[in-house]
Design a protein around this ligand. Structure first.
Ligand code: CMC
Length: 434
């Protein structure tokens, strides 16, 4: 490929035909080859399983520099937001593109809190689930079921309808998440308390009992706030891309968010936080770490160390650094003995980071490595970890959906393929088949 200014020229060596491919640059980071005309000009597609080298959209929302370990929401570094902001303010920022004034924040807070209750009809859906179903299965079913309510706002071409759906989704996710836990425990559902902030309200709905007064532990609420902010968006990851692809057909937003929940559930994505705790429990004692590290390095063993590695971060995941610090802070504030799993995690990180296998492949702890330890310390059961991730990420999914719906370049998502199946052949009647 020869490069001219702002284009590269591709020559098809079979025909000698040359095509200029424009180069586009964004605010930060790698530019892109704009290959949209490639098929019409050369009759060829690009081939990129897993989208390793493919940008599927342009976006104003989130920027990641994987080499430098940088994460920005609307330009603001994640470290500053985690230290200084609130989750609800981060939601406003992701949706609107700027930090709110005090009045804007108050209006937004009211818009969210006036939607925290779920339709009473939703309650009947729960009894259809087995009591021991995974809470992510509840979430899939219940968020999907929400598409059968709220007929006042189903026109996705109407910005006001989109805004109402966005508020409803952000507001109702904690209620549905807490309900799924309460149902699985055989506990009565708690109605949301709108005088509480987002994190406090979730903890209240999870843990308050009708028999006792419940005070939200401020240390837990602070740690949860950090977790929510750090998970709020992460540009075009698998679940966000699933939401964009599902909704590119004009699908209902609740149904589209289900596509995100389904994708997030997998252990290579949001399900990793649950898998990390299971791994640490399996390791049991620091002396067993080398055995598990050896398994992860063994080419003949599919075993992976959960919570390590990332498609984009090749230096460190800034969210993991912040969560590790939050873990130290939480355990100190609670005045508890060091959690033995946290000690194993710290030692596992130390051993892996000194190991050539992990160094060569640039495998570092990711956001899921320490988040489970914080959630566990708050008394949140392991199978709820990915639900908390889904709750936090809903704003990211919705912000990306709203951006896509306003994007003049938006078209239905339709990836192509390299067909390697049988060549054309004739149907053989059943009595003539060998
Ligand atoms: N343990 C051992 N080896 C690993 C691991 C791991 N956790 N992750 C990657 N590798 C190896 C992999 O075997 C491959 O080695 P080789 O080049 O010799 O074949 C190399 O590193 C590259 O791996 P890859 O699978 O091609 O990388 P990817 O970018 O496709 O996958 C990943 C990224 C996050 C899915 C992967 O690192 C992984 O499975 N990690 C464990 C699951 C996890 O923690 N997921 C949470 C991700 S962060 C939060 C989120 O997105 O939800």
């Amino acid at each position: 490929m020869a490069e001219k200014q702002n284009t590269v020229t591709i020559t098809d060596n079979r025909s000698g035909k040359k095509v200029d491919i424009p180069i586009q640059h964004g605010t930060h980071g790698s530019g892109v080859f704009d290959v949209r005309k490639m098929y019409s000009e050369l009759g060829m597609f690009t081939y990129d399983p897993g989208f390793v080298s493919t940008a599927t959209c342009s976006s104003y929302i989130t920027y990641i520099d994987g080499d430098e370990g940088i994460l920005l929401y609307r330009g603001y570094p994640i470290e500053q937001l985690a230290e200084k902001s609130s989750y609800i303010e981060v939601c406003y920022l992701l949706l609107n593109g700027h930090l709110p004034s005090a009045a804007q924040l108050e209006t937004f807070r009211c818009n969210i809190t006036c939607h925290t209750m779920v339709h009473e009809g939703m309650r009947r859906f729960y009894s259809g689930f087995r009591h021991d179903a995974h809470p992510m299965a509840f979430m899939l079913g219940c968020v999907g079921a929400m598409s059968s309510f709220y007929h006042d706002s189903t026109d996705v071409t109407n910005p006001r309808h989109r805004e109402i759906s966005a508020h409803r989704l952000i507001a109702k996710m904690p209620t549905l998440a807490a309900d799924s836990y309460r149902y699985s425990m055989g506990l009565p559902f708690n109605f949301p308390k709108n005088k509480l902030d987002y994190s406090d309200n979730f903890l209240y709905m999870m843990f308050a009992l009708p028999t006792d007064d419940y005070e939200v532990n401020p240390v837990h609420a602070k740690a949860l706030r950090t977790i929510l902010i750090l998970h709020a968006d992460h540009e075009q990851n698998a679940s966000t891309s699933s939401v964009r692809l599902a909704s590119s057909s004009g699908a209902n937003p609740f149904a589209s968010v289900c596509a995100g929940i389904a994708s997030l559930w997998g252990p290579a994505h949001g399900g990793a936080n649950e898998a990390v705790i299971k791994t640490l429990e399996e390791i049991g004692e620091a002396k067993n770490i080398p055995k598990f590290v050896a398994r992860a390095k063994d080419k003949d063993d599919p075993y992976r160390l959960m919570g390590f590695g990332h498609r984009i971060y090749k230096n460190f995941d800034p969210r993991a650094t912040l969560i590790r610090d939050a873990c130290h802070e939480l355990l100190n504030d609670l005045g508890e003995q060091q959690d033995p799993l946290f000690e194993i995690a710290l030692e596992l990180e130390r051993i892996a980071l000194e190991d050539d296998y992990f160094k060569e492949r640039k495998l570092y702890p990711n956001v899921d490595f320490y988040s489970g330890i914080i959630l566990r310390a708050m008394g949140i059961p392991i199978n709820m970890f990915t639900v908390v991730f889904a709750m936090a990420r809903t704003v990211g999914w919705i912000a990306q959906w709203m951006e896509m719906m306003d994007d003049p370049e938006q078209r239905i998502g339709r990836p192509r393929q390299l067909y390697v199946g049988p060549a054309t052949r004739d149907y053989v009647p059943i009595d003539e088949r060998e």
